[in-house]
Design a protein around this ligand. Structure first.
Ligand SMILES: [Zn+2]
Length: 456
């Protein structure tokens, strides 16, 4: 891009943000570019000061937290450090659903509140409220993460997304135009392989010439299948940021080889926005400590660094609906190492699995679906397509596996052997090879589904 075009894009972006009263986005972004290099103690202190403020605010202005704290004998002032935080019971999607109104702060101007739905893969979706300043901070944080791959906020980025709900509703034509030509993000819906549609996308991409890609791994994978099938040359891309689903090594290698650029794994959720991202060292994901506390827990207690636990998010920015220790239905581990890139933001492991359903072994024990994910998709040295495991009854399991690459006997035997070892030798495993895995309404792929209910 010419210097003149760069300057005018930057100017347009500033104008667009300013028109919406979102001037602060870029100042947050510039702040995060500096704070990420603060020393660890200063970052920790900053995080703790924000935590105390949000806890006080939650107690004083929401019926839910006042009742929760009082019932458990917790004084907001008693939460003085990160260990004290473990006294606060966790928040789940079901709790949000049941306490929708009681979680909303009475101290926030209602006209400054936006709503988003939780990213539920099954069951009830709950509404999350967020004040505009929180959204601005999250956008500044998103730009900071994108800077890890060299993107400046005004650089053009193509987005490959499978989720209908982001595109089908509430997105006016004007918003589309603004996003495409001013904010620099051009979104393509690639939930299903569609040759005609993808041909149009390809023409549009050549025209727009994006420098970066942001994508659900499965959505970019589908579009990449199309480019490969049609012998089309990929766009010249400087970096790919993936989020929304677990990125596996096969997808990462494929994207890096095909697009000839590094892939960065971002951890984000609909509820709390961008929480962590890989830098160019790829030695874990840096947590956005200025806006978020990420804990890895078993029940209410944190697990040691390096050990996998459920992810609990405390959003330090959301004063409209405080989310404190929200169990986000993902698992991961905190890492003790520091990164050689010089940023002192804490590191976490890649997310090992979306909270898939739990499943049951014949002896009645319940297991996390992530266990299967870990042993089947990461502990092997041959390529494997996308996979879904469904428990139909206590003894009957179905495995769906995609045909790219066509799974050979060795792969199928490996999957069966792993499942027998983890679940039990008595189970029956029916393997079905499919073109595509069925998606949930949210567009996500569910790795383990359990249709069996204990007691049936
Ligand atoms: Zn780093």
């Amino acid at each position: 891009m010419s210097l003149r075009a760069t300057i005018s894009r930057k100017f347009l972006l500033q104008m667009a943000l300013s028109r919406e009263g979102r001037n602060s986005v870029l100042s947050h972004y510039h702040f995060f570019l500096k704070s990420q290099y603060w020393d660890k103690n200063r970052l920790r202190e900053y995080q703790l000061s924000k935590l105390k403020i949000i806890i006080e605010h939650a107690y004083n202005s929401t019926a839910y937290y006042r009742e929760l704290f009082d019932r458990n004998g917790i004084q907001p002032k008693a939460i003085q450090d990160f260990d004290d935080l473990q006294k606060i019971p966790i928040l789940t999607r079901d709790v949000i659903f049941a306490n929708q109104n009681n979680l909303i702060s009475q101290a926030i101007d209602k006209s400054r509140i936006q709503t988003v739905m939780t990213g539920g893969t099954t069951g009830q979706q709950a509404t999350i409220c967020r004040d505009i300043e929180s959204a601005n901070l999250k956008m500044g944080s998103a730009y900071r993460f994108e800077s890890f791959m060299g993107r400046k906020p005004s650089d053009k980025m193509a987005i490959f997304w499978p989720a209908h709900i982001d595109f089908m509703h509430k997105r006016s034509f004007k918003e589309m135009i603004k996003s495409r030509y001013i904010l620099g993000d051009v979104a393509f819906y690639t939930g299903n392989y569609d040759v005609e549609l993808f041909q149009k996308y390809f023409a549009e991409l050549k025209d727009i010439n994006p420098e970066f890609i942001k994508a659900f791994p499965s959505a970019l994978n589908i579009f990449t299948d199309f480019l490969v099938d049609k012998h089309l040359r990929p766009m010249a891309i400087k970096g790919i940021l993936t989020s929304g689903e677990v990125l596996n090594d096969i997808q990462r290698n494929r994207f890096e080889n095909f697009y000839q650029c590094p892939v960065y794994n971002l951890y984000s959720s609909r509820e709390a926005g961008n929480s962590a991202s890989e830098c160019a060292m790829h030695s874990g994901l840096h947590i956005a400590m200025e806006t978020t506390i990420v804990e890895f827990a078993e029940g209410m207690s944190r697990v040691p660094e390096g050990k996998i636990g459920y992810i609990l998010i405390t959003d330090l920015t959301n004063f409209a609906m405080p989310l404190i220790r929200y169990r986000i239905d993902d698992s991961g581990a905190g890492l003790a190492e520091s990164c050689t890139c010089g940023r002192n933001l804490d590191l976490m492991s890649p997310v090992v699995g979306r909270l898939t359903d739990d499943f049951y072994s014949p002896d009645g024990r319940r297991h996390s679906g992530n266990t299967l994910g870990y042993y089947i998709t990461t502990n092997q040295d041959f390529p494997i397509g996308q996979i879904q495991i469904i428990q139909e009854t206590l003894l009957d399991f179905k495995v769906r596996i995609t045909d790219k690459p066509t799974p050979n006997k060795r792969i199928l035997d490996f999957i069966k052997a792993q499942m027998h070892e983890i679940i039990g030798n008595e189970i029956n495993i029916d393997i079905e090879i499919v073109k595509e895995l069925p998606r949930e309404k949210s567009g996500k792929l569910r790795f383990v589904k359990c249709n069996y209910k204990p007691g049936n």
